[in-house]
Write a protein that binds this ligand. Structure first.
Ligand code: PMP
Length: 368
């Protein structure tokens, strides 16, 4: 499916762009344009636009505001050494966006339209792509229900929107590793619920525990399963991996994808890249009690989180009631975490010939 985009060009403020590219503060400086595509149950997808970034009108009855019919994605465009621009695994993001829509009784956007929107965006704002390893243009596609009635049923009308913002390298040696706080009171997702969808409610429901984690001096919540409150699931916006020594072999362990975990594109990529590095990956339940024990007896060598925004980031501490478990000693990130982080960045910047299929070249030559 293709649509003809109506293009309404914004005035470019070069000083604003230069400042944004200098500061690279995550999410703070949207580029000049955004994409919108409308949906109506009787008309299907229509009215695709490239327009200046800015507010749009939302009716007070908008389903997203009342019943949470809202989903989003987070993905990145990277620069290559040759000066090109590539989207990292946009096909997987398009597919997850469709799965999220289906779970939320929203119309799944055809993958070709998702990619076209990305291409249109890159063609108008590609010069917002920063240069430098680990830097990127972070893209935020989202969709929400809009409709002029309030009855409790799925909306008949939706808007898709995509905007982008230049992003710096999240990982900073001076910041060190992440510390995580285990939530026992609240859960993020339950079996049969929406945990595997990237829907707005999952994040709204996580914020209270997040503020507790921060009050406890930690960076993020480490969520446990809803049923037993015993098994590690993920962080609020990242999947987790442990580097464990089992019978003399270094193994990567991560909770299996399920309907209570967001199956990250980075998670999947790390699993595949671990194979390149000769590491065996075990997708199995991880009891939090075992993690504390394995950290104590030295079997848990490293732990890391991964996601689009941060890439691969070491976890150095788990705060959990009376446990204050340190992982990795002085050397965080550990060797496996560092190797995977660097390998992923190499792939993302187009430096690994065998993984070029993960990248979609975009017509967005950098002007700087
Ligand atoms: N879990 C959650 C809850 C997330 O929001 C994200 C970010 N999308 C992830 C994991 C990591 O997913 P990805 O690697 O696709 O960014």
């Amino acid at each position: 499916m293709t649509l003809t985009f109506i293009v309404d060009r914004a005035e470019t403020d070069q000083r604003r762009r230069d400042a944004a590219l200098r500061e690279l503060s995550f999410g703070a400086a949207p580029t000049d344009h955004m994409i919108t595509i409308e949906y109506h149950v009787d008309r299907g997808w229509h009215e695709a636009r490239v327009r200046p970034y800015g507010p749009f009108e939302v009716v007070p009855t908008s389903r997203a505001l009342h019943y949470g019919q809202g989903i989003f994605e987070g993905m990145k465009i990277f620069g290559t050494e040759e000066g090109g621009a590539v989207a990292f695994r946009p096909d997987l993001h398009a597919a997850r966006f469709r799965r999220s829509a289906e779970r939320m009784a929203m119309p799944p956007l055809p993958a070709e339209l998702f990619i076209e929107a990305l291409e249109m965006f890159a063609s108008v704002d590609g010069d917002w792509l920063p240069s430098g390893r680990g830097t990127s243009l972070y893209m935020r596609p989202f969709m929400f229900g809009t409709e002029e009635t309030l009855g409790f049923r799925p909306a008949r009308q939706f808007r898709f929107c995509l905007f982008g913002t230049p992003a710096g390298s999240y990982y900073d040696e001076s910041v060190g590793s992440l510390s995580v706080w285990v939530s026992h009171e609240h859960v993020r997702a339950a079996p049969g619920g929406t945990g595997a969808a990237k829907c707005v409610g999952n994040y709204g429901g996580s914020l209270l525990a997040h503020t507790r984690a921060v009050a406890e001096g930690c960076d993020q919540v480490l969520w446990l399963d809803a049923h037993d409150r015993a098994y590690v699931e993920e962080l609020g916006g990242m999947n987790v991996f442990c580097v464990v020594v089992e019978d003399g072999e270094t193994v990567l362990r991560t909770p299996p994808a399920s309907d209570t975990i967001l199956n990250g594109v980075t998670r999947r990529s790390v699993i595949e890249l671990a194979g390149d590095l000769g590491l065996r990956v075990v997708e199995d339940r991880l009891a939090i009690a075992d993690l504390h024990e394995m950290a104590q007896d030295g079997r848990l060598r490293e732990m890391f989180a991964c996601g689009t925004a941060a890439g691969v980031a070491a976890i150095g501490r788990i705060k959990d009631g009376e446990h204050d478990t340190r992982i990795g000693g002085e050397r965080t990130p550990g060797a496996v975490t560092s190797a995977l982080r660097e390998r992923l960045l190499d792939v993302q910047h187009g430096r690994v010939a065998s993984r070029m299929a993960w990248l979609r070249p975009l017509n967005a030559g950098r002007t700087r």
